[in-house]
Ligand binder design. Sequence first.
Ligand code: NA7
Length: 541
Amino acid sequence: MAANLREKKNIKNFEVVIIGAGFSGVYQLFRLRDEGFNVHLVEAGAGLGGIWHWNCYPGARVDTHCQIYQFSRKDLWEGWNWSERFPGWSEMRDYFDYVDEKLELSKDVSLNTRVEAARFDEAQGCWILETDSDTDFEATYIIVCAGFASKPYIPDLPGLEKFSGPAHHTALWPQDGIDFTGKKIGVIGTGASGIQVAQEASKVASELVVFQRTPNMFLPMGQERYSEEDNVKMKSELPAHFEARKESFGGFDFTFDPKSALEVSEAEREETYERLWEAGGFKFWLGVYGDIYTDETANRTAYEFWKKKTRERIDNPKLAEILAPSDPPHPYGVKRPSLEQWFFEIFNQDNVELVNLREERIDSVLPHGIKTIKREFNLDIIALATGFDAVTGGLTSINLIGTDGVALKDKWSKGVRTHLGLATANFPNMLMSYGPQAPTGFCNGPSSAEYQGECIVDMLKHLRSSGFSKFDVLPEYEEKWRNHIIDIASKTLFPKANSWYMGANIPGKTREILMYPAGLPSYLEEVKEAASKNYEGFQFS
Ligand code: NA7
């Protein structure tokens, strides 16, 4: 590959090349630059922002409150005002433009450049990265910051290619938008993306059909507008919000209640649930009694509360049973809940229909709509809100070749192997941020970018100060890390849901816990401990 590349392309050489310009990649860029590394970032999209560059479907919105959905650098937050507690995609793009301008990032970034393949050249001791642009790269180290949701999943729906109108995955939505006004819209999928599209479509579509497979336990967002005054007050409180993140399971500014849901009286439990519910956001997910994630009886108390609150909002009892069933499809909270604003009320409108795919699965897509095994729905536009080959897909869709000639995709086909969720054997000098077997999907993105990101910065500094220029993972340590994670997860209820946390949303993907399941503080402790033992599990040369 190397000889071939040299014949047809420009080659640029850096000490570190970062792949991906979301929170993780951007953090690596400015931090490593601050530390004096010769670093460059390569991004497939036309702008910074990662998922906020790609996800521009109607209603696309952050579901973590803005206070902690930003970088904690003072020179960044003190000059930026948020307009809403949960900002939309357009505001997130503006934020990344602001960060770019403030830190002069663009000069070290190649946009519209997709890394298609990379392999470590033993002779030269560097990575060779092949892109789809006229420039390829060489780097001593690469840091893959591909994000957990960069590889959209489109199910195999017979006839989809014959649909006569627009049909797009939410993460591949046309950048100039699609007008839903007066149109018949079909939304397949009811995760975070599906319900956001459905909420917007319900306001303007002549008809909206929502195809639901698994009921999702959405929580009320509690959206708020923020004035300049609100921002002034917020800034005075931000340092405390940032500081709290490293003590929180999910890298939030709050964490689980150490009490058991079963040790408190029913009245106290109701009062607690009510308070968390009223607070909005993820309080009723990441601020509840911790044992609801380990004990089914405790968990059921949260589900019953959620069900009661949700059913109150749905007029038709049959629809209430489909959206918030008597018995949960899986324990509460072990599949990502997502935040909604007026999702349940849309089913009280005449222009909205709910299709329960558990009773009538999709048979095929027709040129003019969707056919289930029972009926046909005429549609003008289809939104495929069907999720992602999450966590691993961003990495395995790059043709990364190990020193043994085996592609990462093949290495992980029977299960992911990493050491500390940072690196994987036979891929020397390759680090991952926000990838598998790290807090990632269980953690607020910017918190992970910074805290796990700092572990990566430390490791590169360690290599530099020790005079090493190569590291690899000792294979036995990745088996240890894998077994450790599986063992922790087996004591929780997470394996009980068919979620993307478990790789269970993609047909054929290995069913395994893809995240480090003991929370950000424990993760950071484990990395710190390995680092203190001369980076136990890594070999340096
Ligand atoms: P999600 O949360 O993975 O949701 C995908 C949805 O698509 C979910 O409701 C799936 O149902 C549904 N789905 C997937 N395949 C099919 C098929 N074949 N037929 C019908 N329905 C299907 O993705 P999102 O984009 O909404 O959110 C991803 C993350 O972004 C989210 O967690 C936040 O972190 C932000 P299922 O539940 O599998 O039965």
